[in-house]
Design a protein around this ligand. Structure first.
Ligand code: NAD
Ligand code: 89V
Length: 343
């Protein structure tokens, strides 16, 4: 079995899930050799907890350790410099979403990696959630015929700001942080997008960006989808961090409802079952849905890296999702329909 030596850069809130995932993937040849964080306390704590060397400087880590693949789990403003560092050291890289603060920088990251022949993936994990992969299998099996309309929805009042306080201060919030996931799912399920409409709202006091967005997409196949996201949706029960789906096709429909229950209708209910994920030793409700998506995504990235293959969410693929993010913001600002830059 090929051994892939992995280092994680960023030891903050979400990186704990990446670290657990890499330890689980030891059975697939991943060896977590080092962790790095500017904050020495965080770096030391994760190094000790996950039995890895720890550093406070990524360059020092890459100079000192034999590393094949870095997993960058820092916030978006540091992604370009860290991606360039990995490329300069000839090291593959996985970069957490958002790839960059905007599409222009994201494209620069892609160009620099391509110029050096570097392997690069974006850790966009919603499509790797177990329930999402089951739904995709049903669509690929033509169970409901050609998808023609969909609603992809993530509405919550869960206190996302507790674990990610920076979300209160970012000027572009819910589309760039959450909508980016669901726009990727819209592409994943219904294909590339021709044009976008969007309305945003800021419903919560004390935040800088928008916390609610409703995006209307016209796909190149002629299908239509609605992506709706909100961090200020006061509902009971709160389905965080589940994405709810309704997909209508030429022969029937698929829904993914609360508690990851999939229902397939073809004139009558023909299948209804739980399609979610098991609780793992290191996952816990309510984050378990997101946490197992990290494991599935990292397993995919590890497999692709070993084979020198492009991952599903390669940086070039993710530019198409990021282009939808920018189109949604432009549509909301101008009140006009916008065609995405890449599709
Ligand atoms: P965080 O601020 O809690 O952690 C980031 C860490 O990176 C910090 O500890 C910081 O010190 C460190 N860091 C920053 N620059 C560095 C550098 N140059 N070298 C070494 N360390 C550096 O952030 P977070 O909430 O864990 O989010 C990290 C990323 O994960 C964000 O892009 C966020 O959008 C993403 N995220 C993704 C999901 C998901 O995949 N579903 C969920 C939550 C967060
Ligand atoms: O998954 C994410 O990117 C997190 C969320 C709060 C949406 O789970 O920011």
């Amino acid at each position: 079995m090929a051994i892939i030596k992995v280092a994680v850069i960023g030891c903050g809130f979400y990186a704990q899930n990446h670290l657990h995932a890499w330890k689980d993937l030891a059975k697939k040849g991943a060896v977590l050799v080092a962790v790095c964080d500017l904050d020495s306390e965080k770096a030391k704590a994760c190094g000790n907890k996950f039995d890895a060397a720890w550093y406070t400087d990524a360059r020092a880590m890459l100079s000192s350790e034999e590393i094949h693949l870095v997993d960058i789990v820092t916030q978006m403003d540091s992604h370009q410099s860290l991606a360039a560092l990995a490329a300069d050291y000839g090291v593959g890289a996985i970069i957490q979403k958002p790839l960059a603060p905007n599409l222009e920088v994201a494209a620069e990251i892609a160009k620099y990696a391509k110029s050096g022949g570097s392997w690069l993936a974006v850790h966009e994990n919603f499509r790797f959630g177990t329930s999402m992969m089951r739904i995709k299998e049903k669509l690929e099996a033509n169970v409901i015929g050609n998808p023609r309309w969909a609603r992809i929805s993530f509405r919550t009042n869960y206190d996302v700001y507790a674990g990610q306080p920076y979300l209160k201060t970012v000027p572009r919030l819910v589309i760039l942080d959450l909508g980016i996931h669901l726009l990727d799912l819209a592409r994943f399920f219904l294909g590339e997008v021709d044009h976008v409409h969007c309305e945003t709202q800021q419903l919560r006091d004390g935040i800088k960006g928008e916390d609610t967005a409703t995006v209307l997409l016209k796909h190149k196949t002629g299908s239509v989808s609605v992506v709706d996201v909100s961090y200020e949706s006061k509902r009971v029960p709160d389905t965080f961090p589940e994405t709810l789906l309704e997909i209508e096709g030429s022969k029937g429909s698929i829904t993914l409802s609360k508690d990851q229950m999939m229902t397939i209708n073809r004139g009558a209910v023909v299948e209804e079952r739980f399609v979610g994920s098991d609780i793992l030793p290191w996952t816990s409700i309510p984050w378990h849905v997101s946490q197992e998506a990290v494991l599935n995504a990292n397993e995919h990235f590890l497999d692709c890296f070993k084979r020198g293959a492009n991952p599903q969410t390669s940086v070039s693929d993710n530019l198409k999702t990021f282009a939808l993010v920018e189109a949604a913001y432009e549509a909301a600002t101008t009140g006009r329909v916008v065609r995405p830059k890449y599709s």
